[in-house]
Design a protein around this ligand. Structure first.
Ligand SMILES: Cc1cc2nc3c(=O)[nH]c(=O)nc-3n(C[C@H](O)[C@H](O)[C@H](O)COP(=O)(O)OP(=O)(O)OC[C@H]3O[C@@H](n4cnc5c(N)ncnc54)[C@H](O)[C@@H]3O)c2cc1C
Length: 419
């Protein structure tokens, strides 16, 4: 059985891994000259069931309106009449009820939990060191009232099995001493002891090296242009370097997935949310954070990655534009300076931006195409794709193999909009 995976980010490469384990002849196609070159390369590194809240929530519409009036909110919208964004935005608004937000969050949480187990299994079985840190994550609060509110919000997760504990400043310093040097008032944190962090680009690269050594083919620098269909089957993938054929096709192109799926009549509600990302060399490890986390005031996220610290911020709906200006990184630099003043040269660091493949409701799209029997989808993982990749890929390969996945798949059905 020959299967082409289109997209060589963390989602495509983990899909290729499970297909290979299933005995398929696998070909991965990616337009970039290396795997994991897009969102996979820039993310904050959090492996975080405790951070799985759907963005579409009762609080979101107010934030979006404020952003339209120029406020620097954590989710921002660049005013546009782009019909695709307007359609996506309408669907997002529809999901902003308490009930829908809870349903979407719990669907993501179950996938995150499952995926974490799968990631651990791959890393252990294949001996992949991806700069993983498994001491948990910290959700940091500067204000005691906000910390209480944060614990209240987390009740949805704790009621459904997540382990989360409230830490005062003494407790925080015991879990991660780096916060003892902060120059701002902190109230404490919520510690998610089962969350973790790691370098998804490194993981993707090492898994690719392993797969290549086993005979999996990676066609890099090849751009997929369209699928070719005959009735209810896909008969080929048209690329800038000719037609490629296989028995099955898996679409895992992150934010670019709808462009390819539309060539065979399947629209997908995936729209890019730009985020800014910096990587700093740590100059004094004793003063740098040992655990990853999120500052719940500035919504800056961070993860230690070996001798470096990755930090990311902001969700900006501005289409496929990945450009950035130095001022886009101000929140990252100021958060770092306030939390760990002497750990690194916070005026240095590398700057980049990436695109999160967001669905309006939050759950990714994982399943068999409705129109074509041999076209499968693994895309739309939004702000949690590193966390959800291994589980999503195990599930899609179960579906390809005709098995029932180990988790409930209804929330991830292939859809143009949620009915
Ligand atoms: C700033 C930021 C912070 C984030 N933080 C976290 C985090 O802390 N934790 C977490 O779990 N997730 C996080 N994410 C989300 C996560 O990075 C993504 O959900 C995940 O990387 C998506 O993986 P992917 O493989 O689907 O997409 P991508 O990594 O974007 O890969 C898509 C691939 O498709 C290829 N491609 C595109 N078009 C074509 C074409 N025409 N032909 C061939 N190939 C093509 C691209 O070259 C690319 O390699 C973050 C994302 C961003 C941007």
């Amino acid at each position: 059985m020959r299967t082409i995976v289109v997209g060589g980010g963390v989602v495509g490469v983990t899909t290729a891994y499970y297909l290979f384990k299933e005995g398929h002849e696998v070909v991965v196609v990616d337009k970039a000259s290396k795997v994991g070159a897009e969102a996979t390369a820039v993310n904050a590194g959090l492996i975080a069931p405790g951070h799985c809240f759907a963005w579409a929530s009762p609080a979101a519409p107010k934030m979006l309106v404020k952003s339209l009036f120029g406020e620097k909110t954590s989710i921002r919208v660049k005013p546009t009449l782009n019909p695709r964004f307007l359609w996506w935005g309408l669907q997002f608004m529809r999901e902003c009820t308490t009930e829908r937000a809870a349903i979407n969050t719990l669907a993501k949480m179950h996938l995150c939990d499952y995926s974490q187990t799968k990631l651990d299994e791959i890393a252990l079985a294949e001996g992949i060191d991806y700069q993983g840190v498994d001491k948990g994550l910290l959700y940091l609060y500067r204000d005691a009232a906000e910390l209480e509110l944060g614990m209240g919000k987390m009740k949805l997760l704790t009621d459904n099995g997540q382990k989360l504990e409230q830490l005062d400043m003494k407790g925080l310093a015991a879990v991660d001493p780096a916060f003892g040097n902060a120059t701002v008032q902190l109230a404490g944190a919520i510690h998610a002891p089962n969350d973790g962090s790691g370098n998804s680009e490194l993981f993707t690269r090492k898994l690719t090296e392993l797969l290549i050594s086993k005979g999996v083919e990676f066609k890099l620098g090849v751009t997929a242009k369209s699928f070719v269909a005959d009735g209810d089957r896909i008969t080929g993938l048209q690329t800038d370097q000719g037609l490629m054929t296989a028995d099955n096709y898996v679409l895992a192109m992150g934010v670019w997935s709808p462009k390819l799926s539309r060539t065979v009549g399947q629209d997908l509600p995936v729209y890019p949310a730009k985020g800014f990302s910096m990587t700093f060399d740590i100059k004094d490890k004793s003063k740098a954070p040992e655990l990853g986390g999120v500052d719940e005031k500035t919504l800056v996220a961070w993860s230690p990655m070996g001798d470096q610290l990755r930090m990311s911020s902001t969700a900006q709906f501005s289409g496929f534009d990945r450009s950035h200006k130095p001022e886009d990184f101000a929140a990252i630099r100021s958060t770092a300076k306030e939390l760990w003043p002497d750990a690194a040269d916070w005026d240095g660091g590398s700057m980049t931006a990436g695109l999160r493949p967001m669905t309006p409701d939050g759950p990714p799209i994982i399943g068999k195409g409705k129109k074509h029997k041999n076209l499968f989808y693994n895309t739309g993982h939004g702000h949690m794709g590193w966390t959800m990749a291994s589980g999503s890929s195990a599930a899609i390969v179960d579906i390809i193999a005709g098995r029932t996945p180990e988790i409930e798949m209804d929330p991830f059905v292939v859809r143009t909009y949620r009915k």
